[in-house]
Design a protein around this ligand. Structure first.
Ligand SMILES: [Zn+2]
Length: 253
């Protein structure tokens, strides 16, 4: 019998190597978000905590298309909102929201937010994702609702309240706004966003079509334990990463 090789998260021998890896995953996540149609003008941001300066994060430049982001375009933002590496400005909302989430959740390496259509449609109902499909169970009792829309987020205080609504979950639905997901890697944060958006779409479709059958709480909890792990999120991102790098190798520039 041949020996099978399974994909596992990488380990690193230097901070520089780990930083480069996170930035490559981040640039790839933007290209994938563009491909999935998650872009809405200048809205949306994915952040990756720096492996050395733990209160700094890497993020997309303000007003650059997700479809164009390369590793060399990413900017490093300090805990006070200053761009300390790169020549582009940072989106004020990206700093207000993500700085508070990275501060509140030391386990979170990356956070993703955009105004994807089905996420914002479900958010307008002020409802949570329901356990109506196997995939949606990744979020069963594992996402919050930020039930308090007060305009574009520019104050750190509001970012704090979003972090509070996220609590120890992997995602939060921002009412009248959209989705936000987090992960222990860029890979998992991006994957949770992609699959959450699709689960929002499935819920809206199913409920528009008729009366949905819910998965029983016990089975939903079991399924969450099977498909809701951060490792599953990481693993699910790998085929997408391979695909986007093969299609758009310039993202690594
Ligand atoms: Zn937003």
């Amino acid at each position: 019998m041949p020996e099978l090789t399974y994909r596992l998260p990488p380990t690193f021998t230097s901070v520089a190597e780990e930083r480069r890896h996170r930035k490559e995953r981040l640039a790839a996540a933007f290209r994938l978000f563009a491909k999935f149609g998650f872009e809405e003008g200048v809205a949306g941001h994915i952040t990756a905590r720096d492996p050395e300066l733990a209160d700094h994060f890497w993020v997309n430049p303000f007003a650059m298309s997700f479809a164009h982001v390369r590793v060399s375009d990413l900017i490093l933002v300090s805990d006070t909102g200053e761009v300390v590496e790169g020549t582009h400005p940072v989106n004020a909302a990206a700093f207000a929201i993500h700085s508070q989430i990275h501060a509140a959740r030391p386990d979170v390496i990356a956070a993703a937010h955009s105004h994807s259509v089905h996420g914002k449609a479900l958010s307008a109902l002020g409802q949570l994702l329901e356990p109506i499909t196997q995939d949606a169970c990744a979020f069963y009792r594992d996402h919050g609702l930020f039930d308090d829309y007060t305009g574009v987020v520019v104050e750190a205080e509001e970012g704090k309240r979003i972090a509070h609504a996220l609590a120890d979950h992997k995602a939060v639905i921002l009412r009248n706004h959209g989705l936000l997901t987090v992960g222990e890697s860029v890979d998992s944060a991006a994957w949770w966003f992609i699959t959450m958006e699709r689960s929002c779409q499935a819920q809206l479709l199913a409920k528009a079509a008729g009366r949905v059958v819910h998965i029983e709480p016990e089975q939903a909890a079991l399924t969450h334990s099977q498909v809701g792990h951060d490792f599953v999120g990481w693993l699910s991102f790998q085929p997408l990463y391979d695909r986007i790098v093969r299609e758009q190798p310039d993202l690594l520039d």
